[in-house]
Write a protein that binds this ligand. Structure first.
Ligand code: FAD
Length: 464
């Protein structure tokens, strides 16, 4: 029986929440052990999420752009696709980053233990791996075990039924692909497969795509996809899927006739992993769904145990996990900090991109909150016109009493990058006039936020 490993701080899970927490805590002088069951650090985001999907979306975007040049008199013809090379390129992007993380952990002296961790008490955990079980004792712990894809109960185990992880493997390009779920992950994967040649049908039970986002921001994307995809079935639920030799026979909960698809991607959300860790043995409360409730210091009901990222509630996004990871590490190291982020931006890296932050009109109306708004349609932006992006839109929402920015939404190329300025403005409690008076470079898409602010102030004069 070997002696238990000791650590001042245990971090359970090596995703963007966990590795950020581990690195920050080590930088603050704590002795840190990071437990991760997969062979590489980086979690869902680096290995099977944000990074591989954005690598493939980059390729898809270039292919779509090349196809869209006929109006400018250019025709590249149909692309010659090597799926093996594309897959290899995506994997090389991922492995550069995961190797980088391993190096950063070494440099900081963070001890990485490979294996599946389960709590055995309020200050102990067992790590199970091929080499056996190893006991670890800790003074403080940060739970960062993330989430997994949700699967609808009527879906059988069939290799033609994919989750996002399997879809990112790019095993082949199905002729007809049904994307079940019109949220961010479903639409991003649909964009990849559409560019590579699949005919796409998207089915979404809510009345529109990207539920939660304002309809005026989704509209340019919806119009575009309606032309590019075989079908968009919104307000529609799938009733059953029967695997057959010729394909997957899909029936719907309405009078729509059943249809046969070559493959189906199930992208109906993700489930937190909180219930798979024996957290109760540490006294940590986990709710029925697998979420762990935390306070503004990221502390669970057990004061020396913190929880961050996808399993701690709120939007399941990497930048939110990383921010919480920093807060938890700093609190664990004794710094007087709390999680004071006012807003977390959301981005769908579709074509066009859709990004929003803070209050949405949908939420304001649901919660009966007063707001004022101003929009700047990209039709009037010189830069947008040069990019063929005149359908874009930038919108701001303002709190009527204080006059400060409380929300923003953007649809168009690079919306995800552009939303960062609005996020900063909300964090700093800026008024639209302060954005409008900031001289923005011309001609850029960034100007559209300043133009929306000027439209709010009534000082907008066109600058093409
Ligand atoms: P995770 O990344 O899930 O990491 C948790 C880690 O814990 C995993 O490595 C897991 O192996 C490990 N683990 C779990 N249980 C144990 C255990 N018992 N013992 C040891 N290790 C364990 N977010 C964005 O912000 N932008 C995007 O563009 C984006 N794109 C996405 C695309 C896809 C296809 C998917 C699926 C997700 C995407 N996300 C995106 C979401 C993002 O990946 C997650 O929000 C983020 O990874 C959550 O980080 P986390 O640290 O909470 O957990």
């Amino acid at each position: 029986q070997s002696r238990p490993e000791q650590a001042q701080l245990l971090v359970l899970g090596g995703g963007p929440g966990g590795y950020t927490a581990a690195f920050r805590a080590a930088d603050l002088g704590l002795d840190v052990v990071l437990v991760e069951r997969e062979a590489t650090l980086g979690g869902v985001c680096l290995n099977v999420g944000c990074i591989p999907s954005k690598a493939l979306l980059h390729t898809a975007h270039i292919m779509d752009q090349a196809r869209g040049l006929t109006e400018q008199g250019i025709d590249f013809g149909e692309p010659d696709l090597s799926l093996d090379k594309l897959r290899g390129w995506k994997e090389s992007v991922v492995s550069k980053l995961t190797q980088g993380l391993a190096g950063l952990a070494r440099q900081r002296g963070v001890r990485v233990l490979r294996g599946e961790g389960r709590f055995t008490g309020p200050d102990s955990l067992v790590v199970h791996s091929e080499d056996g079980a190893r006991e670890l004792r800790f003074s403080k712990a940060i739970i960062a075990a993330g989430s997994r894809p949700a699967r609808l109960p009527f879906l059988s185990e069939d290799p033609r039924i994919l989750d996002s992880t399997a879809a990112l493997e790019l095993e082949d390009i199905p002729e007809r692909l049904l994307v079940l779920g019109g949220g961010i992950i479903g639409l991003e994967m649909a964009a990849v497969y559409a560019a590579l040649g699949s005919r796409i049908t998207v089915v979404e039970q809510a009345e529109g795509l990207l539920p939660g986002c304002d309809r005026d921001l989704v509209e340019p994307l919806r119009k575009d996809l309606e032309q590019r995809y075989e079908a968009l079935y919104t307000g529609t639920r799938v009733a059953g899927v029967q695997p057959q030799a010729c394909g997957l026979k899909v029936s719907f909960e309405c009078d729509r006739s059943p249809e046969v698809f070559d493959k189906l991607l199930c992208a109906v959300g993700r489930l937190p992993n909180g219930g798979l860790l024996d957290a109760d043995k540490a006294g940590v409360r986990v709710d029925d769904q697998g979420f762990i409730a935390v306070d503004e210091f990221q502390r669970t009901n057990v004061p020396h145990v913190f929880a961050i990222g996808d399993l701690a509630g709120g939007p399941m996004l990497a930048h939110k996990a990383a921010h919480e990871g920093k807060v938890a590490a700093e609190v664990a190291a004794g710094l007087p900090v709390a999680n004071e982020a006012r807003v977390i931006p959301s981005v769908a890296y579709t074509d066009p991109e859709v990004a929003w932050v803070g209050l949405t009109e949908t939420q304001a109306q649901r919660e009966n909150r007063r707001y004022e708004k101003a929009c700047f349609p990209w039709m009037a932006s010189g830069r947008a016109q040069t990019l063929g992006a005149g359908a874009g839109l930038t919108k701001i929402l303002v709190e009527p009493d204080s006059g400060v920015l409380i929300g923003a939404g953007i649809v168009g190329p690079s919306a995800g990058d552009l939303i960062a300025e609005a996020t900063l403005a909300i964090e700093l409690g800026l008024e639209p006039a302060e954005i409008g008076l900031t001289v923005h470079p011309h001609p850029t898409l960034a100007e559209t936020l300043a133009f929306a602010a000027e439209a709010y102030e009534g000082t907008l004069t066109e600058l093409y």
